[in-house]
Design a protein around this ligand. Structure first.
Ligand code: SAH
Length: 248
């Protein structure tokens, strides 16, 4: 059998949000490649090799996946959420571009998944109902000056904004700074959603304002959504919905 490489998104956490297409690819796989906590979501079975690696080694992981596929294996690279959103799909294409010519002939597919911001937005209502952008707040792969520039310009353009990787133990000060920039650009009354571990047993949602937001409200399992000038609350059955109307 000739090798295949699927780059798959496992969705935000629960099994119900894994697509049928991804499930089928996992069932046919001989090798799963990914970051440790994502590979841990795959049930072990006879004939399935699990290649779990640590964070920050995306390119090596991508190369391993391509090498295995070139040897004829049925490889699935797993990411959480969607593989094209701050995840492995781009790393695989980067490795493909730099790698041996023979890899270009490989059968590669990207299988989408439900990304964290969409799962979080659905829980809260429809905060991304009008124009929005997504920004990765980690400065591992880009300088902080660029993050701050994008924050200011996104606020000026009046996008709703989704923030991935808001805060880690390694860089606790970055998110505090991001909140300061946003408060300055959007004012203290702007709604902000902290959505942690959406669709898992630890799921926790909190809606507050930029004025009341504290850096400790986010961690690495949280996606943060800041509304635009239009974003507001509407009362529902026993709860408040957060939404952004469709017209400006
Ligand atoms: N490819 C992933 C994102 C990887 S970056 C996706 O499409 O969702 C990792 C970041 O995603 C985390 O720091 C957090 O901001 C967000 N994230 C991933 N899963 C999440 C979940 N279940 N709930 C809230 N945020 C999540």
């Amino acid at each position: 059998m000739s090798g295949r490489l699927a780059i798959a998104g496992l969705g935000p956490g629960c099994d119900e949000l894994v697509t049928a297409e991804v499930r089928a690819a996992l069932e046919q796989a001989t090798d799963i490649v990914g970051y440790i906590p994502y590979v841990a979501r795959i049930a072990p079975r006879e004939g399935l090799a699990l290649h779990a690696s640590d964070n920050r080694v995306e390119l090596e992981r991508a190369k391993l996946a391509l090498e295995l596929a070139a040897k004829g294996r049925q490889v699935v690279v797993v990411s959480s959420g969607d593989p094209g959103v701050f995840a492995m799909a781009a790393a695989v294409f980067e490795a493909l571009e730099a790698g041996p010519e023979a890899w270009r002939a490989l059968d590669i597919t990207v299988l989408p998944g439900i990304t964290a911001m969409l799962a979080a937005a659905a829980r809260a209502g429809a905060p991304l109902g009008h124009d929005f952008c997504a920004i990765n707040l980690s400065d591992n792969l880009k300088p902080w000056t660029l993050i701050e520039k994008r924050l200011r310009l996104a606020a000026e353009a009046d996008f709703a904004m989704a923030f991935y990787n808001p805060r880690s133990l390694a860089r606790p000060e970055g998110f505090a700074r991001a909140l300061e920039v946003l408060r300055e650009a959007c004012g203290p009354a702007r709604p902000i959603l902290f959505a942690r571990a959406v669709s898992t047993a630890e799921e926790a949602l909190r809606v507050t304002t930029l004025g009341a937001a504290r850096p400790e409200m986010a961690d690495m399992r949280t996606v943060v959504i800041v509304g635009s000038t239009l974003t507001r609350m509407v009362a529902g059955a026993g709860r408040e919905w957060l939404y952004t109307p469709r017209s400006a």
